[in-house]
Design a protein around this ligand. Structure first.
Ligand code: SF4
Ligand code: SF4
Length: 340
C-alpha cells in the first residue's frame, strides 16, 4: 500500500516570530506582478549600520525568530554578506529571498553554513511561462544559479506565485524542482498590491484564480511534490467549515519592515499608509489613529477583513448572501512534509 502525503494546517505557533525585512526596494527586474510600491515603501538602500540597529531591535535570541531578507532584490545590497553574519550572530534563522541573479557573487561571499535558506522566485516551469511574467532570460539565469547553489550545499527553496497566468503550469513544477535539487517549495497566492492593482494581465482576465481552480489544482500539485521528497508549503486561502478564523495580526508575531521605516503586521496592508508601527531614531513607535491594528479584531462572516476590503473579488456568495468560503489569514499555511 502506498502512503499518500497529507497536508496539515500550520497554526500560528505561539512565540514564533517572523521578521520580513526589505533592506532596499531597488531591483534589476520589472516583474508584471511586482508588489513593491516605491511610492509607499521608499527607494532607499539601508546602510549596514541601520540594518544592524534594526536587527538588534527585533532580536530575541531566546525565541525562534526567522529573518527573511527581501528587496527589491536583496543581493543588490553590497553589504548583504555582512548583514547575514550580523543576523546570525543575533541568533536569527536567516533566509534570503532572491530573484535568482545573485549579485555581488553571493555564493562566493557567504558559505552554505552561514545561511539557513536561499530562496529563489520562479513563476513557471520553463522560459515560455516564466519569462513573460518575470522578464526575458530570467528563467535561464535563475535555474542556472539554483544549480550552482545546490552544488555548493545551500538549502534552497523556491517560491511560485500562482496567478491566472501560470496556474495551468503549476503541475509541471515538482519534476523541475526534483531535477534541480530544491528542498522546499512555497506555493504563493498573488495578492492585489503594487503592480497587480495598476495593471490587469494583457488577456484582460483577473490576476487571481477562482476558488474551484485553486482547490482543484494546488493541493494535488503539493502532494505530487511531496511524493518527490520536497517539503511543500502553501497558503490555506479557503477555510473549511469546521476551521476557526484567526488573524495573524492578533495572534502571531510577524513584522514587515520597509526601508522608509514603515512596519506592518499584515502584508495585505502594505500599499496603504496604515502601518501600525514606524521605526524612528532606532526605536519602534506604535502609531495612533486609523492603522491596520484597528481592523484586525473585526469579526466578519467572510473571514479576513483586509481581504474583504482590498480584494473582494475572490469571495463568492450563496443566493442568501452568506459567503461560500471564509477567506483565511493570508499568513495561514498548509504544509506537507515528505514521507521519505
Ligand atoms: S524580483 Fe521581486 S522586487 Fe524585483 S521586480 Fe520582481 S517581484 Fe519586484
Ligand atoms: S491577512 Fe487578514 S487575517 Fe491576516 S493579518 Fe492581515 S487582516 Fe489579519
Amino acid at each position: 500500500m502506498t502512503t499518500v502525503p497529507t497536508a496539515r494546517t500550520v497554526g500560528f505557533k505561539p512565540g514564533e516570530r517572523n521578521i520580513f525585512f526589505h533592506i532596499l526596494t531597488a531591483c534589476n527586474l520589472a516583474c508584471r506582478h511586482c508588489y513593491i510600491n516605491p511610492g509607499q515603501h521608499g527607494t532607499a538602500t539601508l546602510p549596514l549600520a541601520t540594518v544592524r540597529q534594526t536587527l538588534q531591535l527585533f532580536a530575541r535570541p531566546e525565541q525562534q525568530t526567522n529573518l527573511i531578507l527581501l528587496g527589491g532584490e536583496p543581493t543588490l545590497h553590497p553589504e548583504l554578506p555582512a548583514i547575514i553574519r550580523a543576523a546570525k550572530s543575533m541568533r536569527y534563522a536567516v533566509t534570503v529571498d532572491t530573484n535568482g541573479y545573485l549579485f555581488h557573487d553571493l555564493l562566493d561571499q557567504v558559505s552554505a553554513r552561514e545561511l539557513d535558506y536561499l530562496s529563489f522566485s520562479l513563476d513557471g516551469p520553463d522560459a515560455a511561462v516564466n519569462d513573460p511574467i518575470r522578464g526575458d532570460g530570467v528563467f535561464a539565469v535563475c535555474t542556472e544559479n539554483i544549480r550552482r547553489a545546490v552544488d555548493r550545499g545551500f538549502n534552497t527553496s523556491l517560491i511560485y506565485t500562482v496567478s491566472s497566468l501560470n496556474i495551468g503550469h503549476l503541475h509541471r513544477m515538482p519534476a523541475l524542482l526534483a531535477e534541480l535539487g530544491v528542498r522546499r517549495f512555497f506555493i504563493q497566492v498573488i495578492g492585489l498590491r503594487g503592480n497587480p492593482v495598476l495593471n490587469r494581465p494583457a488577456s484582460g482576465e483577473a490576476w487571481q484564480v477562482a476558488p474551484e481552480q485553486w482547490l482543484a489544482i494546488v493541493p494535488e500539485v503539493a502532494v505530487a511534490a511531496a511524493r518527490l521528497g520536497i517539503h511543500v508549503i502553501y497558503p490555506k486561502v479557503y477555510l473549511d467549515i469546521e476551521e476557526s478564523f484567526q488573524c495573524a495580526g492578533v495572534v502571531a508575531d510577524n513584522f514587515f519592515i520597509f526601508p522608509n521605516g514603515r512596519v506592518y503586521r499584515c502584508p495585505l496592508c502594505e500599499d496603504h499608509p496604515i502601518h501600525g508601527h514606524q521605526l524612528e531614531g532606532g526605536r519602534l513607535i506604535r502609531r495612533e489613529g486609523l492603522t491596520e491594528e484597528r481592523f484586525f479584531p473585526l469579526n466578519i462572516p467572510e473571514g479576513c477583513v483586509m481581504n474583504k476590503l482590498l480584494q473582494p473579488d475572490n469571495i463568492q456568495y450563496h443566493p442568501d448572501h452568506t459567503p461560500i468560503h471564509r477567506i483565511s489569514c493570508c499568513l495561514l499555511k498548509q504544509e506537507i512534509v515528505p514521507i521519505s
